[in-house]
Write a protein that binds this ligand. Structure first.
Ligand code: NAD
Length: 417
């Protein structure tokens, strides 16, 4: 399939792109490369002829239209988002912009493209044409194998206005039709709000988001569903629990714990560490997304979860124990000595847990990693790839505490109150 992936240079996106290429699909990755986007996470696939990259903002309708016309996707897998709850507390404006307006812009581009597709078995002559267009927009580049070359190209791309995106589909493969096209919207379980001591989120749990991040994702989910119900666009929504694994930006809990531990710094735990999350290994999530785009039913929502509920404090202790085993401290003391309790996040949801029965029964997906195997793999990955995270920590982010809710209103640079 030709798969248009948004946010493919992020944590889940880069793991997904890698899986898609490995499975023989062609990928166009559209990413703005925000602080969370990192082309180094795609170094191993960047030279593949099956991979193309477009540096663009999903809020840019002209860039999207051109990409659809040239690449002719069989499906869109929409992951681009602002994704960190703490940042949404300090600066909600970019979350509204990307998560809501960006999703709206992508839905509109998808709808326009989808309406131009033929019906199954119909020749393209009868469809409204997807006119080839030469649209001047943000620069386009094909990533090269060498990350540095890619980054240099990215910087120089302003001088290359012509698109190089192409449709890699060979003539033996069926072109997309209105019936076969899919728009997969990747979302979070945080839209459902907080659980008490028991129960799990199902696909029919009412939305009750609490953070600006969760609220913006909830809005984007509802827009996506509306484009199905109103216009017939074949959308599928997935709501997933907390992910962890390789290539996660070091602001999220698990990399923060690993890297603070390795640097001999206090390991921060919000509140008393009693908040519970359902942890899913990122490669299991990527597999679920591929299976859902292949066999999910348009108009449906699927919850994706790891069946791995843990209190934050227990998670942190487990990571410390794995590190004690894999990279003992020089003084022989346990890493758990570095654990420090800090002021809780404002509006911190107590418990999330996913009931993944539907995706298991209807699509046949289930996770392969439990937290013991997944955490060990993850710690090992961060130990084996210091240059990946060191490069990030040498830049603008140094594992600082974010999201205390005290940033000046409008400080997200969008000038919005
Ligand atoms: P991430 O922050 O690591 O990556 C987001 C990517 O989107 C980055 O590459 C960034 O450059 C890109 N991006 C941001 N704004 C953009 C814009 N305007 N135009 C184009 N690209 C843009 O996020 P992630 O953790 O990989 O999450 C991916 C998706 O999965 C998000 O939609 C998120 O809501 C959802 N999700 C994440 C988790 C999790 O635990 N990380 C769980 C469930 C769902």
């Amino acid at each position: 399939m030709n798969l248009l992936v948004t946010g493919g240079a992020g944590f889940i996106g880069s793991n997904l792109v890698r899986l898609l290429i490995r499975r023989g699909h062609s990928v166009l990755n559209i990413d703005k490369i925000t602080y969370a986007g990192n082309l180094a996470s795609l170094r191993d696939v960047a030279a593949s002829p099956a991979y193309q990259f477009l540096l663009a903002d999903i809020c840019d309708p002209a860039a999207l239209q051109s990409a659809f016309t040239r690449f002719q996707p069989d499906a869109v897998m929409h992951l681009a988002a602002e994704s960190h709850v703490d940042r949404s507390i300090d600066g909600p404006g970019t979350f509204i912009q990307t998560n809501i307006l960006g999703t709206f812009t992508l839905l509109q581009a998808s709808l326009r493209y989808w309406r131009g597709l033929p019906h199954a078995g119909q020749s393209t002559e009868h469809a409204e044409p997807n006119e080839p267009s030469i649209i001047q927009h943000r620069p386009v580049l094909r990533s090269l194998g060498d990350e540095e070359t890619s980054l240099v190209e990215q910087e120089n791309a302003a001088s290359h206005p012509q698109s190089t995106i192409h449709n890699p589909r060979s003539s033996i493969h069926d072109p997309p039709s209105q019936e076969s096209f899919r728009f997969l919207h990747v979302s979070t379980d945080e839209v459902y709000g907080s659980l008490g001591d028991s129960g799990k989120f199902t696909e029919t749990t009412p939305y009750d988001p609490h953070s600006p991040y969760a609220a913006s994702k909830a809005a984007s989910d509802l827009l996506t569903r509306a484009w199905h119900d109103t216009y017939g666009l074949p959308v599928i929504v997935t709501n997933c629990s907390n992910n962890y694994g390789p290539f996660q930006f070091p602001e999220k809990l698990i990399p923060v714990v690993i890297l603070k531990a390795l640097r001999g710094e206090p390991i921060p735990v919000y509140g008393k560490g009693e908040n519970i999350r359902d942890w899913l290994y990122v490669e299991d999530h990527a597999e679920a997304l591929l299976m859902t785009v292949e066999t999910g039913i348009p108009g449906q929502t699927y919850n994706i979860g790891g069946n791995n509920e843990l209190r934050n404090i227990d998670l942190v202790r487990q990571l410390c124990q794995i590190l004690d085993h894999l990279r003992p401290r020089a003084d022989g003391c346990p890493y758990a000595n570095q654990i420090t309790f800090v002021t809780d996040r404002p509006g911190h949801d107590l418990r999330y847990a996913i009931d993944a029965t539907k995706i298991n029964h209807e699509i046949g997906w289930s996770p392969t990693q439990d937290h013991q195997s997944g955490f060990r793999r993850t710690v090992q990955w961060y130990l084996d790839h210091p240059s990946w995270w060191q490069e990030i920590l040498d830049g603008s982010y140094q594992l600082d505490r974010l999201g205390r809710g005290q940033a000046p209103v409008g400080s997200d640079g969008l000038g919005r109150p």
